[in-house]
Ligand binder design. Structure first.
Ligand SMILES: NC(=O)c1ccc[n+]([C@@H]2O[C@H](COP(=O)([O-])OP(=O)(O)OC[C@H]3O[C@@H](n4cnc5c(N)ncnc54)[C@H](O)[C@@H]3O)[C@@H](O)[C@H]2O)c1
Length: 326
């Protein structure tokens, strides 16, 4: 079985991806600076965590890996705007240094980078990978800039996934993600506050990303080689999404308040054609989405610390920057 390196292994996506891949039998090494703590169990077989900044890794370290899955990013607009210089280092400059270190890795079959559909900014047409990106935030501008570097340098085989906004339970829970936040507020505040609401967004269940990454690792026919894919499971505007969540979960006594003012400038609707390439056989996206939202709701209902400030990405980076005087 392959040796797989997961950068950012203890984050929201990493802490569901690592157990998923470990169960499939891959030998996984995780690198994480643990801004959000250690979130994968110490008991997990086939997994070793190295608590480090990915920038401190030497060229020789990367040699044994067949797959490198890069989940490191300050991946939240307000958190990335806190200190643009710091964000630029983590999300771009140090990555450029890293890809120079891994370009000589003979074993490397694929470098898989998680980018974001937020690179499309605001677009009223249905988007696909040929659509011109128009990123708005620093975070999405850096995602796009780095994608271009990977493609232009042509150092190694890659696959880039532009993810829709993620949702679903994770041991490193994020309540700064739209669906997770709506469900949390519905359960614990009995109130959902919609800002704007007409903005179209593309959503991706976090477990669907695991499935897609596994398909890329198993990609014998090189179907996903050196390409970009938009990945998500459904589109919706925030008003319809809220109603969908209430209907599916049958949660009672929820007050929905609607504030026309909207600070979120992003709005885009993404074609599902790419997502369909990652599923085999009959796969019903509608029922998958319904089941995933109900699963997410049941997990959030069991959350003992829904108001833990660490579950908001911005708070953690704010505290870190103050503590380190950056
Ligand atoms: N969550 C989403 O909705 C979403 C949407 C689109 C794309 N993405 C992309 O998916 C990836 C994973 O996102 P996430 O939600 O899991 O983010 P996350 O913030 O939960 O995870 C990132 C992890 O990287 C670690 N990290 C940060 N800087 C590091 C460094 N210098 N060295 C080592 N580790 C470091 C953090 O400690 C954290 O555990 C990111 O690339 C993100 O851009 C996420």
């Amino acid at each position: 079985m392959y040796d797989v390196l997961v950068l950012g292994s203890e984050g929201y996506l990493g802490s569901i991806l690592v157990p998923y891949l470990a169960k499939k039998g891959y030998f996984i090494t995780g690198i994480d600076k643990c801004f959000f703590g250690r979130n994968n169990s110490k008991k997990l077989k086939n997994y070793k965590l190295i608590r480090k900044d990915y920038n401190s890794l030497k060229e020789i370290f990367f040699k044994k890996f067949y797959f490198i899955i890069d989940l490191v990013n300050i991946s939240n607009d307000p958190a990335s705007e806190l200190n643009p210089k710091f964000t630029n280092k983590i999300n771009y400059l140090n990555k450029i240094k890293m890809i120079k270190k891994i370009r000589k890795c003979k074993n490397l079959k694929r470098y898989i980078y998680m980018s974001s559909c937020s690179v499309y900014g605001n677009n009223s047409k249905v988007i696909n990978e040929k659509t011109n990106p128009a990123p708005i935030s620093l975070y999405s501008k850096l995602c796009l800039k780095y994608e271009k570097k990977i493609i232009k340098n042509n150092y190694f085989s890659f696959t880039i996934l532009r993810l829709g906004t993620l949702y679903g339970w994770s041991p490193r829970m994020r309540y700064d993600l739209a669906i997770n936040k709506i469900i949390k507020d519905m359960i614990y505040l009995k109130k959902i506050e919609i800002l704007g609401g007409e903005q179209q967004r593309f959503f991706c269940f976090n477990e669907f990303v695991c499935l897609a990454i596994n398909q890329i690792i198993q990609d014998k026919k090189k179907y996903f080689l050196n390409k970009i894919f938009n990945l998500g499971v459904f589109n919706s505007n925030i008003v319809s999404l809220t109603q969908k969540i209430i209907n599916l979960t049958k949660h009672k006594n929820v007050l929905v308040s609607h504030e026309k003012h909207n600070i979120d400038k992003r709005s885009y609707k993404v074609s599902m054609n790419s997502a369909k390439k990652f599923v085999v056989g009959k796969f019903n996206f509608n029922s998958y989405v319904s089941k995933s939202i109900i699963k997410c709701y049941k997990s959030i209902k069991r959350d003992k610390t829904p108001f833990d400030s660490k579950k908001i990405t911005l708070n953690v980076y704010k505290d870190y920057l103050i503590k380190k005087k950056i």
